[in-house]
Design a protein. Structure first.
Lengths: 114, 115
């Protein structure tokens, strides 16, 4: 899910299917990770977070998986709906620090086909 | 809850003009953040405040940019003089106490176009 320059990586899924959005983070010292959703014309919105002492965390229709060995994070969305169409960002920092240390990835665009 | 309120939503100006972006954080939040978003560079933190005091302005690109927070309910980001490369979407975000236990709440941004 990292940026390739001017063009955001895009994931296109059928309504009702599950979506998996991937993110490779950069700093091995990061121990706190957040997923944000940004709809067109709006600001990013917090979805779910995970600390490095966990490898999986579930929310409502969303699951975040963390693989510290390969510095990889994924967001799984179950039964994807048209309202899930947005750009999804992962962000990393260290827990207990400031939100000012948050580093955002470049984002992945999710497009849901009806 | 009204959320973070930014104004204007869109701003088009000519190179050399002064631009002022405004932000009203969520009531009760004591940390405020200004971000800039472009396709090339993504979301970049410009500056953040705790209790109206600037904590880290290392992301401010140059002296043409300045930010103030005169009270807990208002902040401005000023660009003077503006340049075409400043064209971007500028977001303001607030959080309850600035630490990782309090997620960021973003406004809907100001889209700035400098011609």
């Amino acid at each position: 899910g990292e940026s390739v320059g001017l063009h955001l990586p895009t994931l296109s899924v059928q309504e009702g299917d599950n979506s998996i959005i991937n993110c490779a983070y950069s700093n091995s010292a990061s121990d706190y990770f957040i997923w944000y959703k940004q709809e067109s014309g709006k600001g990013p919105q917090f979805i779910i977070d995970i600390r490095s002492n966990m490898d999986k965390r579930q929310g409502q229709r969303v699951t975040v998986l963390l693989n510290k060995t390969v510095k990889h994070l994924s967001l799984q969305i179950a039964a994807t709906q048209p309202g899930d169409s947005a750009v999804y960002f992962c962000a990393e920092t260290y827990y207990g620090g400031s939100q000012g240390n948050l580093i955002f990835g470049k984002g992945t665009k999710l497009s849901v086909k009806p | 809850d009204a959320g973070v309120i930014q104004s204007p939503r869109h701003e088009v100006t000519e190179m050399g003009q002064e631009v002022t972006l405004r932000c009203k954080p969520i009531s009760g939040h004591n940390s405020l953040f200004w971000y800039r978003q472009t396709m090339m560079r993504g979301l970049e933190l410009l500056i953040y405040f705790n209790n109206n005091v600037p904590i880290d302005d290392s992301g401010m690109p140059e002296d043409r940019f300045s930010a103030k927070m005169p009270n807990a309910s208002f902040s401005t980001l000023k660009i003077q003089p503006s340049e075409p490369r400043d064209s971007a979407v500028y977001f303001c975000a607030s959080s309850l106490e600035g630490g990782t236990a309090s997620p960021l709440h973003f406004g809907n941004g100001t889209r700035l176009t400098v011609t």
